[in-house]
Design a protein. Structure first.
Length: 308
């Protein structure tokens, strides 16, 4: 008889549906990458407001690392009548244990994955392919094979590890003869800056550099300017926030790798919504958001903030 349930009418009878978002709190570093994820989640929830979706924001302070601490998951557990949650995909081991106790609460992870968490799916950038693209661009731009300085991000974060793996695999497959000088960092940005300065000044035959993270990109650009190597050393940054766009336009970076954090947040909220209201299962439990390499010639498309 071609009958279809009216989902909006059903939601009125059901009442308010509460979901939560667990991401790093707003600070000087999170505005570059995590704030757009917050915005994507908020905007998606606003787009389905007729379904009486209520978003509860549970930000946590990222001290030593951006990974979700167990205290943040405990706070999630204390919330009443939650229908599901979106959470950063980087979780501390203790947080994974607490999260499993919340099952079968539907969880969608964003910007990283932790399969053992019991999540419905994860939404993330094409991190591995971005790392490979970064390797190809570096080789095309470097005057000769040599050392490559890599701000490798947080070793415990799957998104950063995938990007580094992509870079290493591409360079190994060429082969390039390039030696990688990887600097892993968490939230000690001043310490990262000093290590970058030391490596830039004391590593012979350094021909290129890159950063896998937004925070690392700022420190790398700062170190390049301080050492007088800005514009003289091939450099690639990550993500399209105002400071990075200026660094690209000014020639400090030759490319930026765009992970589209806003879209990651939007799609993560969308997948959780579909699971709650239609019990639909994603075609894949890993959803990759389209990622791009930004050139100086195309940077205009990103200056006002990309929203697709």
């Amino acid at each position: 008889m071609d009958y279809h349930c009216n989902a909006v009418a059903s939601s009125l009878k059901r009442g308010e549906t509460r979901i939560a978002a667990v991401l790093p709190a707003r600070d000087a570093g999170s505005t570059m990458f995590y704030e757009p994820i917050w915005e994507g989640i908020r905007d998606y929830c606003e787009s389905v407001r007729d379904f009486q979706i209520h978003l509860t924001e549970l930000p946590y302070q990222s001290l030593g690392t951006v990974s979700v601490p167990s205290q943040a998951v405990e706070r999630l557990r204390s919330e009443q009548k939650l229908a599901g949650a979106v959470m950063l995909g980087a979780l501390m081991p203790e947080a994974k244990e607490v999260l499993r106790e919340l099952l079968p609460l539907p969880i969608v992870l964003v910007n990283g994955d932790a399969l053992e968490s019991g999540r419905i799916c994860c939404v993330q950038a094409e991190n591995y392919l971005l790392g490979r693209t970064m390797g190809e661009l570096l080789l095309l731009r470097m005057q000769k094979p040599g050392g490559i300085l890599v701000c490798a991000g947080d070793r415990s974060t799957s998104a950063d590890r995938e990007a580094v793996d992509g870079l290493e695999d591409y360079l190994a497959g060429v082969p390039s003869g390039c030696e990688l000088h990887k600097i892993y960092h968490q939230n000690d940005l001043e310490g990262l800056y000093q290590r970058l300065i030391d490596t830039l000044l004391h590593t012979p035959d350094l021909q290129g550099c890159c950063s896998m993270t937004a925070r690392g990109s700022l420190q790398l650009a700062k170190a390049l300017k301080a050492t007088g190597l800005a514009g003289n050393l091939c450099a690639i940054g990550s993500d399209a926030f105002p400071e990075n766009i200026r660094n690209l336009k000014n020639g400090i970076f030759q490319n930026l790798m765009f992970k589209n954090p806003y879209r990651q947040g939007w799609v993560a909220a969308e997948q959780l919504f579909k699971h709650i209201f239609s019990r639909s299962t994603p075609e894949s439990d890993v959803i990759r958001v389209k990622s791009e390499a930004i050139f100086r010639s195309s940077v205009q498309m990103y200056e006002s903030g990309r929203r697709d």
